[in-house]
Design a protein around this ligand. Structure first.
Ligand SMILES: [Zn+2]
Length: 144
């Protein structure tokens, strides 16, 4: 999953979560992506902000209280689907998760999606350093 910084033709900046850059292109062409401020469907991408580098306060999917409950539900479903896909696409680094997340955060290695196991202590340490980690439900095969 990627977080895209978006801007409408009216110059409002906001962000959206998408499974991929292609998913954004498809949805914006279908006018499914609209500016939360002015409802403009003419949306352009700003440079990608990799999720691992976002702080927790910034990754809340943008939404507007004017949005209908239906759209909120669609967004929620989208986030759940993209989270599941993120987990499937991510590189499984096992118990080296905290170490790898830190190396990506500090640009020691190229950015990529990773998943793995981290202790509660490691997770807290990562969050304190501003490294966003998302708890994902363990898949059955991972429990073996
Ligand atoms: Zn706008």
């Amino acid at each position: 999953m990627i977080v895209l910084n978006l801007t409408c033709s009216g110059g409002h900046h906001f962000e959206g979560w998408f499974a991929s850059a292609d998913a954004f292109t498809e949805q914006s062409e279908a006018a499914l992506v609209v500016c939360p401020t002015c409802n403009n469907a003419e949306i352009m991408r700003l440079p990608v902000a990799p999720m691992v580098r976002r702080r927790a306060a910034e990754i809340t999917p943008s939404s507007s209280s004017r949005d209908s409950a239906e759209r909120a539900l669609v967004q929620q479903t989208l986030v759940q689907q993209t989270l599941a896909r993120l987990a499937a696409d991510a590189d499984d680094v096992g118990d080296r998760f905290a170490e790898e997340a830190r190396r990506i955060h500090y640009h020691e290695i190229p950015e990529r999606s990773i998943r793995g196991q981290a202790t509660l202590h490691e997770t807290h340490a990562l969050l304190e350093e501003g490294i966003v980690v998302l708890p994902l439900p363990a898949k059955k095969e991972d429990l073996n």
